[in-house]
Design a binder for this molecule. Structure first.
Ligand SMILES: [Zn+2]
Length: 273
């Protein structure tokens, strides 16, 4: 294995479909490499530890287009290895400033060298050569969130907008009141559900994968609804998302008092005040 980072952590890789790889970064971030006849698409670039470009070369020698599901540091950190990345225009600010608007010293201390940023929009189709990938704008967790549907493997990639740990609704560049954020999330989940005939698997940016589409979409739609109408069961347990098990430390320390609402397999964390 190559590319040990300073913390002794490694990238990992495995082929989830033909010409489709999952790359793990510290086993907490998942990136995806879709290889077409002409080029490859790397969905997200991790935290910037190690050299992702070198690692990707162990899988393919085709030109690589980097596309970020959204602008958070743990999805854009490796863009600098490639020098160029694609994302929704609403992702650009946080992609080059991390959690700056929340004033966190740890992430503000990271260096953000120049990266050429190109925009992707809802409805765009990325042609990798014999392989088409559709772009959907689904902003709730982040203003710039985009999902990808790969026609060849009938896979949906959702970044942080749908995953098995929890969806955070207080980490946008400009946060929405939590019920509004849940309403936007619900609308996005309903849209993904309306496209259900186009995919069989959901591949998120963190935690367990792949997800069973029907169960997750239905439970998230129901949970969003319950948050909006005030009937969701809430707890103070914001733990369960990696090392950030206490909102009084880390990048979310200034976010406010977080609560978790859960229903079935769906879980949301938001700030009520
Ligand atoms: Zn995120």
């Amino acid at each position: 294995m190559v590319n040990q980072d300073q913390g002794g952590n490694l990238f990992g890789k495995w082929e989830i479909h033909k010409d489709t790889w999952c790359i793990s970064n510290r086993w907490s971030n998942f990136m995806y490499l879709l290889i077409g006849e002409e080029k490859a698409l790397l969905i997200d670039s991790g935290t910037g530890t190690g050299n992702l470009k070198e690692f990707v070369k162990t899988i393919t020698d085709k030109p690589v287009m980097v596309a970020c599901t959204h602008g958070h540091y743990d999805h854009t950190g490796g863009n600098y290895d490639f020098g160029e990345a694609w994302m929704h225009r609403e992702s650009e600010y946080t992609a080059v400033n991390a959690f700056k608007n929340q004033g966190d010293s740890f992430y503000n201390s990271k260096e953000f060298p120049e990266v050429k940023i190109n925009y992707l929009e809802d409805g765009d189709v990325i042609d990798l050569g014999g392989r088409r990938v559709k772009v959907l704008h689904i902003p709730a967790h982040h203003e710039g969130s985009i999902a990808f549907i790969d026609e060849n493997t009938r896979s949906l990639f959702t970044g942080d907008e749908l995953e098995s740990g929890q969806v955070l609704l207080f980490v946008r560049r400009e946060n929405l009141p939590y019920k509004e954020a849940a309403a936007v999330h619900k609308k996005n989940m309903e849209r993904l559900k309306s496209l259900r005939s186009e995919y069989d698997y959901i591949w998120p940016g963190h935690n367990g994968l792949p997800l069973l589409p029907d169960r997750y979409l239905d439970d998230f739609i129901k949970l969003d609804e319950m948050v909006i109408n005030g009937t969701a069961e809430e707890s103070d347990n914001t733990g369960g998302y990696g090392w950030m098990c206490d909102m009084s430390v880390g990048p979310f320390a200034k976010a406010g008092h977080g609560v978790r609402a859960s229903y079935g397999v769906a879980s949301l964390v938001y700030v009520k005040d």
